[in-house]
Design a protein around this ligand. Structure first.
Ligand SMILES: Nc1ncnc2c1ncn2[C@@H]1O[C@H](COP(=O)(O)OP(=O)(O)OP(=O)(O)O)[C@@H](O)[C@H]1O
Length: 398
């Protein structure tokens, strides 16, 4: 989307001209509503791009210009390289049918058709023959966990199941681009979380390009590779979850993120720290003890020459090794729990209470990338929304 404006009212072009000349949204109010103002963004293939903003900020209008339902007053929209603002109506319908599917908040299922027929609907409009579309619909219902429900009617299903049918219908259409407008907003929190998980799983499997609209920042953070925050028709920030959390573009975005549970969006890789020092496997307890004193820490990771993690040595064990005149670390290295960089912090909290030294973050080959001290995990458990994660003093982390 490039420099897209969408205004409603008596004189939309004048509204846009005045906005471009520097007028504010309020100043042009008498001429019309500026629903989208100078929006530009690009969505990469296979990405989940979230558009987030409060009610009235212009999200729905933005998505309707993206799928061609409402042409922009000005600006261009390209779908897979084709400018949909200049194609004729027939071609636009074709692009929408073949390239784009939509999932709405209120499901938009056809009440007198079975679940299977609803899931197959997009294929029917495309003229796919019956047995092929039934097969495809069945497959996509299976993908969303509704195997065996083909002959039910929408009113026989719960809200969550109906939304799964909506999702199955979009999947059956086999379009590369999926637009989801507040798709999970009508669901209760537990089902909503389940649907989010399912979408992430499907995304891993199918690699769709998804534009997801929501007014909920937690949802945005869970799902989005990138997030565009909208306010009063404008995109005020477009960035990764990390950028939005750690470097909000203005007070408006900062206020939004106060409520975010950071443990659910930050990963082990985000909070890991470099180890204060490393112990080589060839070193003895005396060296271990000295290193710990020098670095004011009570535990050290032990690595081999290639930096593979072998475990952890605690101060008390090292001291005993010194006292008993032992030359090597044999018998002193204890296992250290590990995690990968991509694990979400919330999933690691149970490990916090159990292991004195915290967690080691390792790559696929077991090489040490960093550590998450126990106190970091505990502090995020105690106060998940605080910025404490980033501000723990170094001496506390050992
Ligand atoms: N067809 C229309 N005619 C006139 N004004 C419209 C039209 N559609 C949207 N608007 C106005 O444009 C602005 C943005 O609306 P939009 O529905 O895009 O916001 P939204 O962020 O999707 O809000 P919500 O989450 O409540 O749906 C609002 O002021 C709305 O009143």
């Amino acid at each position: 989307m490039r420099n897209v404006y969408k205004a409603f009212g008596k004189r939309p072009e004048t509204v846009v001209r005045k906005l471009k000349a520097g007028a504010t949204r309020d100043e042009v109010k008498s001429l019309g509503t500026a629903a989208v103002i100078d929006a530009s963004f690009e969505v990469a293939r296979g990405e989940i791009f979230v558009v987030m903003g409060l009610s009235g900020s212009g999200k729905s209008t933005l998505i309707r210009t993206l799928n061609g339902i409402q042409p922009p007053t000005e600006g261009t929209v390209e779908i897979f390289g084709q400018d949909i603002t200049t194609v004729n109506a027939k071609r636009l319908r074709q692009i929408r049918r073949e390239k784009i599917s939509m999932v709405f908040q209120h499901f938009a299922l056809l009440p007198h058709r079975t679940v299977g027929q609803n899931a197959a609907y997009a294929l029917e409009t495309r003229g796919v023959n019956r047995s092929d579309r039934e097969k495809k619909a069945k497959e996509s219902l299976e993908l969303v966990g509704l195997k065996g429900y083909e002959y039910y009617y929408p009113h026989e299903l719960s809200g969550g199941m109906r939304q799964r049918v909506g999702l199955a219908r979009a999947l059956a259409a086999e379009t590369e681009l999926m637009l989801m407008d507040e798709a999970f907003s009508a669901l209760d929190p537990l089902i909503r979380k389940e649907m989010q998980d399912q979408l992430l799983e499907l995304q891993q499997e199918l690699g769709k390009t998804i534009v997801f609209i929501t007014h909920d920042l937690n949802e945005a953070m869970r799902l989005g590779n990138r997030i565009a925050v909208m306010r009063d028709g404008r995109i005020v920030q477009n960035g990764t979850t990390e950028q939005i959390l750690n470097d909000p573009a203005n007070d408006y975005v900062a206020q939004f993120i106060q409520d975010v549970d950071r443990t659910r969006v930050l990963t082990a890789g985000d909070v890991k720290e470099p180890p204060v020092a490393l112990l080589g496997a060839e070193q003895g307890p005396r060296a271990a003890h000295r290193l710990m004193r020098e670095n004011q820490t009570t535990a050290l990771c032990v690595v081999d020459q290639a930096k593979h993690l072998l475990g952890v040595v605690y101060e008390t064990d090292a001291a005993e090794g010194v006292a008993s005149g032992q030359d090597t670390l044999e018998g002193l290295i204890r296992p250290m729990p590990t995690t990968s960089s991509t694990t979400v912090l919330a999933e690691l909290l149970n490990a916090a209470a159990e292991h004195a030294a915290g967690l080691a973050v390792v790559d696929d080959d077991g090489r040490l990338l960093g550590v998450i001290p126990r106190v970091t995990l505990l502090s995020s458990l105690a106060d998940p929304s605080s910025a404490a994660l980033k501000t723990i003093p170094q001496e506390a982390t050992s």
